[in-house]
Design a protein around this ligand. Structure first.
Ligand code: SAM
Length: 250
């Protein structure tokens, strides 16, 4: 059983497309800010792509080659179903692979030495794929260290939890807080529990969080100085995720 993907994920994502529209628009805006390639390479690798439920075809069409990786055997056919026609129209070469791209990250990077790598809502799921919180944090650190010198980005869960139900639901996209930005502080400052920037305090209030939220262990994914986008994702009625997204350009 795949704890972060598979048929349940596809069904849930398909069913909530209308409620996720504002979140997908924020993600699309962030994707458009990807760092430019220093050479002529126009290749994208997506790790944890699933069917690409939250990535617009129009953005993918800007690449000459798109390679997706996911553990889920349904991901490849579903990705082709959602984006295949658009990518054929733009003559983008699409390769969809079923593989453990995080466990075998070295091989993935070796196979695509010049590609832009997008971790697509996958790093925040590692705690569900790993026996302990400590092990999950270690794996995330190993992955981000391994990405040193590469052009890459990630959108991932930072926190998730219950909300007042009015921020989810079909009619409520207007009440989803607007995307906000901050700069990733140096690690020791975070460890000492330094106050979050004022804008982020406001963002968490706008999410109308109820009770304790789950920490997805991603606070150290981005190096200090990275511009981080904060995006509200009304996952289901009464339950919201706080996504963070950033690009790293070596
Ligand atoms: C929350 S889903 C997001 C899917 C996708 N980005 C989308 O928006 O439709 C997380 C995905 O990561 C995949 N995943 C988790 N661990 C993985 C790994 N080690 N290698 C490749 N994919 C992985 C899961 O199978 C799942 O499809």
């Amino acid at each position: 059983m795949n704890p972060s993907g598979g048929l349940f994920w596809h069904w849930h994502a398909w069913r909530h497309q209308a409620q996720w529209r504002a979140t997908c628009a924020d993600i699309a805006q962030w994707l458009d800010q990807m760092p430019p390639a220093k050479d002529a390479s126009c290749e994208l690798v997506i790790v944890g792509a699933s069917a690409g439920w939250m990535v617009p075809s129009a953005w993918l069409q800007g690449f000459q080659t798109v390679t997706t990786y996911d553990l889920d055997r349904w991901a490849a056919p579903m990705f082709r179903l959602r984006h295949g026609a658009a990518l054929r129209a733009s003559r983008t070469d699409l390769q969809c692979k079923t593989a453990d791209a995080l466990g075998d990250l070295d091989a993935v990077l070796h196979a695509h030495p010049r590609a832009l790598v997008l971790f697509d809502n996958v790093l925040g799921q590692l705690r569900f794929h790993t026996p302990s919180v400590e092990e999950a944090s270690r794996r995330i650190e190993t992955i981000t260290t391994r990405m040193h010198g590469r052009r890459w980005g990630s959108v991932h869960d930072a926190f998730s939890g219950r909300t007042q139900s009015h921020i989810s639901g079909r009619a409520s996209n207007a009440s989803v807080p607007a995307m906000q930005q901050s700069v990733q502080p140096p690690a020791p400052q975070q460890a000492q529990g330094a106050a979050r920037p004022v804008a982020l305090g406001r963002f968490s209030r706008q999410l109308h969080a109820q009770g304790e939220w789950l920490d997805h262990l991603t606070d150290q994914v981005f190096p200090a100085g990275t511009r981080v986008h904060h995006i509200a994702w009304p996952y289901s009625p009464g339950y919201c995720h706080w996504l963070q997204a950033g690009w790293i350009n070596p």
